[in-house]
Design a protein around this ligand. Structure first.
Ligand code: R5P
Length: 330
């Protein structure tokens, strides 16, 4: 019996969970929820920057998962994931699932103007060409990215984790504010879960890091306003939504977002927005220095959800059953 099998949950002896360098803590937490030791691999770089990987555990005939968010540095993490998949394929893994808690490039999901790429589709092609059999991901920027893959893709949501956090705060007189029109469906589902009225911002984006929040539709006066989004990148959307809510008379504003990308001046913008609560998840690590500076920050783990999804995929069980409570609005 190998060291891996000796230290593992015996029901999961055929399962191997590897991790790239992007989310080491989340990978460890996922393995803990599964009662597994993380499978060993040496991830290294040649002096010229090329990535290389040596799998230290036997994967022949095994059901292999690689956890890697394609967060900044996006291209390094993406390439590392592709090299991981190639290593597993050449080492005769039976099945390879890319677990991508945060799927980078997702915002390039269509030609926004002439002579531009659809890079989310290119990434899907790269993963498939590398040899991945399945993808497990969370809160894609747009649901339709699922269709860029011709292999099974399981799309999780962090909504039960974020929703429970805010539910436990027992706020009353709340309004769910969608930061843009495309996010109304999500805000509506949170409204069903948490109660409260729905409001929406008519957001106009000027460029990648510049937002003009034009107007707010709905009633937020005197209310605790909750804003949920898939990601916070530069913080522009979150900050302008919070400002608009306060301008329209909100009593306080709180924010929940799955992916804390947090680039450029995001920390300053979020602090200036004065959120009473700012909850994000561990799909992307937040450096300690940013954690120390960000006011009222709470980082919630999605390891339980991810671990259970991996177990269910391994055992050929339903994933949607994981979200039945959330979907029914209870
Ligand atoms: C936009 O459609 C997304 O859902 C987010 O609102 C956006 O990507 C956040 O980016 P930023 O923080 O740079 O405004």
């Amino acid at each position: 019996m190998s060291a891996l099998e000796a230290s593992s949950n015996p029901d999961l002896a055929q399962l191997r969970v590897f991790g790239g360098q992007s989310v080491p803590d989340l990978t460890e937490r996922i393995c803990q929820t599964l009662g597994l030791r993380k499978a060993d691999a040496m991830v290294d770089q040649f002096p010229d920057g090329e990535c290389t990987i040596k799998l230290e555990d036997d994967v022949r005939g095994k059901d292999c998962f690689v956890v890697q968010s394609t967060c900044p540095p996006v291209n390094d993490h993406l390439m590392e994931l592709l090299v991981f998949i190639d290593s597993l394929r050449r080492a005769s893994a039976d099945r390879i699932t890319a677990v991508i808690p945060y799927f980078g490039y997702a915002r390039q999901d269509r030609k926004s103007e002439g002579r531009t790429p659809i890079t989310a589709k290119l990434v899907a092609n790269l993963l498939t060409t590398a040899g991945v059999h399945r993808v497990l991901t969370m809160d894609l920027h747009a649901d339709q990215i699922q269709g860029f893959f011709d292999i099974p893709l399981d799309h999780l949501t962090a909504a039960p984790v974020l929703g429970s956090f805010f539910k436990d705060l027992n706020m009353d007189n709340i309004a769910l504010l969608s930061p843009d029109v495309g996010n109304i469906k999500t805000a509506n589902r949170y409204a069903t879960q948490l109660g409260g009225e729905l409001a929406v911002i008519d957001k106009r984006r000027q460029s990648g890091d510049s937002i003009t929040a034009a107007r707010l539709i709905g009633d937020v006066k005197g209310k605790s306003v909750l804003i949920f989004d898939d990601m916070i990148t530069t913080g522009g959307t979150a900050a302008s939504a919070a400002k608009l809510a306060m301008d329209y008379g909100a009593a306080e504003v709180c924010m929940g977002a799955t992916h804390p990308v947090l680039v450029n001046a995001a920390v300053n913008k979020l602090n200036a927005a004065e959120f009473s609560h700012l909850a994000v998840t561990d799909t992307i690590p937040v450096p300690q220095e940013k954690q120390d500076r960000l006011k009222n920050l709470k980082i919630l783990s999605v390891a339980g959800l991810m671990g259970e999804a991996i177990k269910r995929i391994h055992e050929d069980k339903s994933i949607s059953a994981l979200f039945s409570e959330w979907n029914s609005g209870r």
